[in-house]
Design a protein around this ligand. Structure first.
Ligand SMILES: Cc1cc2nc3c(=O)[nH]c(=O)nc-3n(C[C@H](O)[C@H](O)[C@H](O)COP(=O)(O)O)c2cc1C
Length: 170
């Protein structure tokens, strides 16, 4: 699959079957995350892998809307970052690592969805408590993982928002 085909194929999947995601596939995603660029190579991220249902299901309650994927997720990777290691770039560093994970999941046929945690009411506290994340870390997102139990169409190259592209001047 070309990189462009992979980008077209990656969609947010929010409903999963109960088939567990193989550890090797999660390890592959984590390797991809560990190769993501970060400002001054500070690598401010920490990745918390969650497979225990007793931790996964409570994550569904971290948001009023937008966290329902944890009702069926069979795994999650939470991305926490140490803001003291970088000069205000932790969110960008974390977002790039998250996208590496999303693409690595899609490439392997695993469904994934970003659940935003940072500055969403009550979410950081719930995730921090559920997974024992120390206070000094900001929690950007929790990525839900599982085998898709819903169909999403791939992106159609002829219907992309090409008007977002500006040449030389805005
Ligand atoms: C920064 C960011 C935050 C997001 N937060 C959530 C979220 O909290 N819950 C959710 O269901 N999807 C969330 N998403 C997924 C987006 O809704 C999704 O990427 C968008 O609708 C485009 O759909 P696609 O991923 O299938 O291309 C988030 C995505 C990003 C990049």
């Amino acid at each position: 699959m070309s990189f462009r085909d992979l980008c077209a194929h990656r969609r947010s999947i929010r409903k999963y079957t109960n088939a567990p995601v193989e550890q090797e596939k999660i390890d592959y995603m984590l390797q991809c995350a560990l190769m993501s660029p970060s400002a001054k190579r500070t690598c401010p991220w920490e990745f918390i892998v969650v497979r225990d249902e007793a931790k996964l299901r409570p994550l569904a309650g971290c948001r009023t809307y937008g966290s329902q994927m944890f009702n069926t997720a069979t795994a999650a990777i939470i991305i926490a970052l140490d803001p003291t290691l970088c000069d205000n770039t932790w969110m960008a560093d974390g977002a790039i690592a998250a996208e590496h994970i999303l693409l690595a999941a899609a490439e392997q046929g695993v469904g994934a969805c970003w659940c935003h945690v940072h500055e969403r009411e009550g979410a950081p506290e719930l995730v921090r408590k559920t997974c024992g994340i120390p206070e000094k870390y900001e929690i950007l997102c929790a990525i839900a993982l599982g085998y898709p139990d819903e169909e999403r169409s791939t992106y159609d190259l002829s219907r992309l928002k090409y008007e977002k592209i500006h040449k030389e001047m805005f």
